[in-house]
Design a binder for this molecule. Structure first.
Ligand code: SF4
Ligand code: SF4
Length: 378
């Protein structure tokens, strides 16, 4: 970011773009700024999360550096996206911590790992911790079920509550005056854009991962990571159903639903996160922001570690390595849940909210263009 005040920089760049509109058609940001001459904090907060950072407008821009206008929309939005996370985090004190340090995620994960190790050491004897044990209930002899379920439940409930409240705060900032029927009409469009990640396509050909060439790699890897995360969550739910409904305790056979879901989810999440880290490592830094890169890397490393440690537990669960591996895996999972509300995970609900507003606005533009009942354009 070149300017000291990011709002002034955003206003300057967006005015140039709305006059130029050469990039109209690449992504929904441009229809959203078409004809606008002033940009409020709400507009900028909305637009920065509507941007999917495909970098198409950086590579196509005739006013990018070394042009004196120095337009760099992806970097401008990357900085403002982080500010939008900090401004809407709940509780507000988290926002201040988020602004002050990029170490919030690793520090939280380290704390949860320490708590997990302390709990395991206080409840399990060395004979159990270093023994091979693949019998039913083996995991709960490392960390008793009440402690495991208590830490998982508390950290997950915290994540759900904090993310929901932050997203509602964000929606209140960016929401247009609208009706329930407008929202209902916009939802299928927004959901389709969210699920397909259409706007990671840079208007069709894909993202610029590190140079002029475009590809769909980031989109595919993002799908793998998110899909793996969902499957891993479903594996935990299936495991709970086995435990509470069928009365069978982990570890489960390889051919069981919890293990199959966990195996596929763990492999895809680890592969997706590792692939995205590879793209980050080779990315062109000019159209990006250092703070956002750190946020991305911290989250991707955490997802990759959670996935890989889960697979390691599965692979070595009949050996004396099971208990140490399970302890690390559980600590990472609790750390992931606890850190979710101030991690890059926030981009998902914030971008979903921005896409919903874009769909509402798009429907309104389409209605305004539609011929009226007498066949004349309005
Ligand atoms: S990014 Fe550059 S080329 Fe694209 S609309 Fe803005 S000023 Fe024009
Ligand atoms: S980086 Fe891509 S998504 Fe973001 S404003 Fe530019 S073209 Fe749109």
């Amino acid at each position: 970011m070149s300017a000291a005040d990011p709002m002034l920089e955003a206003e300057r760049v967006l005015r140039i773009c709305s006059a130029c509109m050469y990039c109209d058609g690449i992504c929904p940001v441009f229809p959203a700024i078409d004809g606008k001459h002033g940009f409020s904090l709400s507009d900028v907060s909305y637009l920065s999360n509507l941007c999917h950072n495909c970098q198409g407008c950086w590579h196509d821009c005739q006013y990018a550096p070394p042009h004196p206008f120095a337009v760099n929309l992806p970097a401008t939005f990357a900085d403002l996206r982080q500010r939008s996370y900090a401004d809407h985090l709940w509780p507000s004190v988290l926002g201040r911590a988020f602004r002050a340090s990029s170490l919030a995620v690793p520090a939280t994960v380290a704390l949860m790992l320490l708590i997990t190790v302390a709990l395991v050491l206080s409840t399990s004897s060395p004979e159990i911790f270093f023994a091979a044990d693949a019998r039913e209930g083996a995991f709960y002899r490392v960390l008793p079920w009440p402690a495991m379920a208590g830490l998982a439940g508390a950290s997950f409930a915290w994540a759900v509550i904090a993310i929901t409240l932050a997203t509602l705060r964000y929606w209140r900032t960016i929401a247009p005056e609208t009706t329930i029927s407008e929202i209902v009409r916009a939802l299928p469009i927004a959901l389709s854009d969210i699920i397909t990640l259409r706007h990671l396509g840079g208007g069709g050909p894909g993202c610029h991962d590190h140079d002029e060439r475009t590809s769909q790699r980031r989109r595919i890897l993002h799908h793998l990571t998110a899909g793996g995360f969902v499957l891993s969550g479903l594996s935990t739910i299936a495991g709970s159903a086995y435990h509470h409904l069928l009365g069978v305790m982990a570890p489960y056979p390889v051919a069981s639903l919890p293990v199959m879901l966990g195996l596929v989810g763990g492999v895809t999440m680890t592969a997706g996160a590792a692939g995205l880290l590879g793209l980050e490592a080779r990315a062109n830094r000019a159209p990006s922001d250092r703070g956002e890169t750190k946020l991305n890397v911290a989250f991707l490393v955490l997802l990759a570690l959670v996935g890989a440690s889960g697979l390691a537990v599965l692979g070595f669960r009949s050996t004396p390595a099971m208990a140490p591996l399970l302890t690390v895996h559980l600590g990472l999972v609790f750390g992931l849940f606890a850190a979710l509300p101030f991690s890059k995970a926030l981009h998902a609900p914030f971008r979903a909210a921005a896409l919903l507003r874009a769909a509402i606005d798009s429907n309104r533009r389409a209605s305004a263009r539609a011929p009226n009942a007498s066949g004349n354009s309005p």
